[in-house]
Design a protein around this ligand. Structure first.
Ligand code: FE
Length: 260
């Protein structure tokens, strides 16, 4: 049985990252706070290492590439990364794709809806890009699960079966001001909602798609939910997050309010 990170936020290494799960052979790693400058949305990058082989999850855009490479190589050689998962097409997720293709020999998995758009980030050879169908796919211990319209119309989340940590794309994203913390627990969940709410109301397509996602995620019973922006939900906060999302009115539900 592996160990989950139980550190209080005050002890988290924001710059260099943290192990979220470790059983000796299998690690799920948060790669540190990704924000190159003020005014740019903060991003989270994650690395899974299983018996010396690596999987990167949404490794981020051009600006943070050097920092992510340096944090990744503390755990693994770039040559040992077998594949890279991109949850969707946004520039903060995918614009580093030409660089990741050049420094690794990894295949890249992304919704097939976005494959034809990727050449605009400067890729000429699409042979290592694997389009994931709408129903998802399982690769190397990772279940790539559909979560379409949350927010992207071709969006997947990824469940690491060994650690039981769910990488959650932009779902659960928070937009930080000057504060920085890694974990959401039951005692800071309510204050955390105030920096999640605006994003979800405006970017997520509707409460209907949320319910579809919640049903799938509850069946997985994840131990942690790790989004691409914001903070990682653990313990009771996992369920609190799913309950909150299940009662949210967003997107098409409130279109009159949004476009007023
Ligand atoms: Fe996005």
């Amino acid at each position: 049985m592996g160990e989950y990170n139980t550190k209080p936020n005050s002890e988290v290494d924001i710059e260099n990252g943290e192990l979220l799960y470790d059983d000796g052979e299998h690690k799920f790693i948060w790669l540190g706070w990704g924000q190159a400058e003020e005014g740019m949305i903060q991003t989270n990058q994650y690395l899974i290492v299983d018996n010396g082989r690596g999987i990167l999850l949404d490794p981020g855009g051009i600006h943070i590439f050097p920092k992510v490479v340096s944090n990744v190589t503390k755990y693994i050689d770039l040559d040992d990364i077998d594949f890279i998962f991109f949850s969707h097409q946004d520039p903060d997720v995918s614009s580093g794709i030409p660089m990741w293709l050049s420094v690794t020999s990894a295949d890249i998995y992304i919704s097939e809806l976005w494959v034809r758009f990727l050449p605009h980030f400067g890729i000429t050879d699409l042979s290592r890009i694997k389009g994931v169908g709408d129903g998802g796919v399982s690769v190397a211990g990772l279940d790539i699960i559909p979560a379409h319209f949350m927010h992207s119309p071709g969006n997947h989340v990824a469940f690491d079966k060994k650690s039981q940590i769910l990488f959650n794309s932009d779902i659960g994203a928070a937009v930080f001001g000057s504060q920085r913390y890694l974990f959401v627990d039951d005692d800071n969940f309510n204050s955390h909602v105030s920096i999640m709410e605006g994003f979800h109301k405006r970017y997520i397509a509707s409460s209907n798609v949320c319910k579809h996602y919640i049903n799938r995620v509850r069946a997985l019973n994840p131990k942690m939910i790790a989004p691409q922006h914001g903070a990682v939900f653990r313990g009771k906060a996992v369920d609190m997050f799913l309950n909150w999302l299940g009662s949210l009115r967003c997107g098409a539900d409130i279109i009159d309010e949004i476009s007023r």
